[in-house]
Design a protein. Structure first.
Length: 201
């Protein structure tokens, strides 16, 4: 049996769809978990025949309690790697530690520039000439973990939030499956903050 991957998603699921569309990645996606019952991500997963779980945050008094329940699910399902795809929740330290160097996120900027939830807007407001996409491992700080892959996206004259975000998403949908493929195949090695892509990748 190959690697088992869980995707945590809250929104429409466009990055999830990019993962599902990658023939090298799709067989490893075993579970999609959402904190929103009506998320598009759950519908996309169901359409693809992937198991889904709606884990309701309102059923838990604290973030730690929610994450303990989530960790229990991941353990029972023998999940080896976790991917964040539009998940709006900040993960607790216990969950991050349990999946150290096995937990990926994609961010719509060239970290460490423009961390946080408004990266595309922030790049425009700062007058940045270049922004981009970062795939990184998740650590206990927001948008901070070791960088796996990055690609620049120029900010063009006349760009607004929608046009820039659309071009960034095109890169996300190409870069994220590649990063997950490298992780699944054991071709990523983490040394401090430096991520090495191993020979044969």
């Amino acid at each position: 049996m190959g690697a088992r991957v869980a995707v945590l998603a809250s929104g429409k699921g466009s990055n999830l769809q990019a993962l599902l569309d990658d023939p090298a990645v799709r067989p490893s996606i075993a579970l999609v978990v959402s904190d929103r019952e009506a998320s598009g991500a759950l519908l996309r997963a169901e359409d693809a025949g992937v198991a889904t779980i709606f884990l309701d945050p309102k059923a838990y008094e604290t973030r730690d309690a929610y994450d303990r329940a989530l960790l229990d699910i991941l353990t029972v399902e023998n999940i080896e790697h976790v991917v964040l795809a539009g998940s709006v929740r900040i993960l607790s330290a216990q969950l991050v530690r349990a999946y150290e160097d096995r937990l990926l996120n994609v961010h719509p900027a060239l970290l460490p520039a423009f961390p946080g939830p408004h990266a595309v807007r922030d790049a425009l407001e700062w007058g940045a000439k270049v922004t981009g996409v970062t795939v990184h491992f998740v650590d206990e700080e927001v948008d901070h973990g070791p960088i796996v892959l990055q690609e620049a996206v120029p900010v063009e004259p006349g760009d607004d939030l929608d046009s820039l975000h659309a071009r960034i998403q095109e890169v996300e949908h190409r870069l994220y499956p590649l990063a997950l493929r490298l992780l699944i195949e054991g071709k990523l090695s983490v040394e401090g903050r430096l991520v090495h892509v191993l020979e044969g990748a």
